[in-house]
Design a protein around this ligand. Structure first.
Ligand code: C2E
Ligand code: MG
Ligand code: MG
Ligand code: MG
Length: 275
């Protein structure tokens, strides 16, 4: 169905009942270490399946949730689900998987965000090192308070990544001041990186800059083998994308954990490092 035709009011109305009705689900997309082929983590991504409207994309409902503040209960629910899932994987023996969860600017600006994260970690008994929070450059609207919040989150032991890196308007100086762990290169740069010289330069430059700042770097939206080889050649650390796996329900991710290294090997990952 064409979500574009739905009025936001109708969508908002439907969204209010979605959590309580069990219409929201958290899917997971593997993050692959492109040097070894290992799945090192998974990003939690919301999926909404409405009984009559069908499936509605996060691109359609997250902005409405953000505008209205509904993102607060929804975001907290998602964080709890993802941490509980990572704790369950841990119990099942996958004890190094890092789950990454998108934190919206509104959630980040909530005065109690650090307490919320802390109590969810305690409740789910997930070690903080196994949680990564994805923020966007837009949180830099109020730099000083953002730094204070990030430092408190860092002290909890969770990792922080900057999502969609390169698409925001923030100054590069915050990279130095924020206690970050990871940069995620936005998929719009990856899409043409093997065809467009400018995109190639941007991707190479972000990787080099991240490494010089001691940050880990992840490429988002990797769809082709050529893109993967490009990223390996330029020493990107991790990749995420349809080439490996679409976001899937948690049960399917576990199947993938066992199958992906073989799939990645077939794609030629690792070959770049043994040649
Ligand atoms: P994002 O955080 O940048 O997530 C990555 C998006 O790229 C996901 O879209 C994912 O399905 C998509 N993707 C992954 N691999 C590929 C690929 O190879 N090619 C292409 N074209 N796309 C790929 P999705 O799931 O539709 O989510 C869209 C955005 O909605 C997310 O972008 C994120 O900003 C937001 N979102 C999703 N779940 C949550 C959530 O729980 N909380 C918040 N605050 N935002 C969320
Ligand atoms: Mg993300
Ligand atoms: Mg995001
Ligand atoms: Mg992104």
């Amino acid at each position: 169905m064409d979500n574009g035709n739905l009025s936001s009011i109708r969508l908002l109305d439907a969204l209010r009942t979605a959590v309580g009705d069990g219409q929201l689900k958290v899917y997971y997309q593997p993050r692959v270490d492109i040097r070894t082929g290992d799945v090192v983590g998974a990003e939690a991504l919301l999926r909404w399946s409405h009984p009559t409207l069908g499936s509605i994309s996060p691109a359609a409902f997250i902005p409405i949730a953000e505008e209205t503040g509904l993102i607060l209960p929804i975001g907290e629910w998602t964080l709890r689900q993802a941490c509980a899932q990572a704790a369950a994987w841990r119990t099942a023996g996958f004890d190094r998987l890092v789950v990454s969860v998108n934190l919206s600017p509104r959630q980040f600006a909530q005065g109690d965000v650090v307490d919320t994260v802390w109590s969810i970690l305690r409740e789910t008994e997930l070690p903080p090192q196994q949680l990564e929070l994805e923020i966007t450059e837009s949180i830099t609207m109020d730099v000083e308070s953002a730094i204070a919040t990030l430092n408190r989150l860092k002290r909890l032991g969770v990792r922080i990544s900057v999502d969609d890196f390169g698409t925001g308007y923030s100054s590069l100086s915050y990279l130095k001041r924020f206690p970050l762990h990871t940069l995620k290169i936005d998929k719009t740069f990856i899409r043409e990186c093997t065809k467009d010289e400018n995109d190639a330069t941007i991707v190479r430059t972000i990787i080099a800059m991240a490494h010089n700042l001691n940050l880990r770097v992840v490429a988002e939206g990797v769809e082709t083998k050529e893109q993967l080889v490009f990223l390996q050649r330029h020493l990107c650390d991790e990749a995420q994308g349809f080439l490996f796996q679409r976001p899937v329900p948690p049960e399917e991710l576990v199947e993938q954990l066992e199958e992906l290294p073989a799939i990645v090997t077939k794609l030629g990952v690792g070959a770049a490092f043994t040649e």
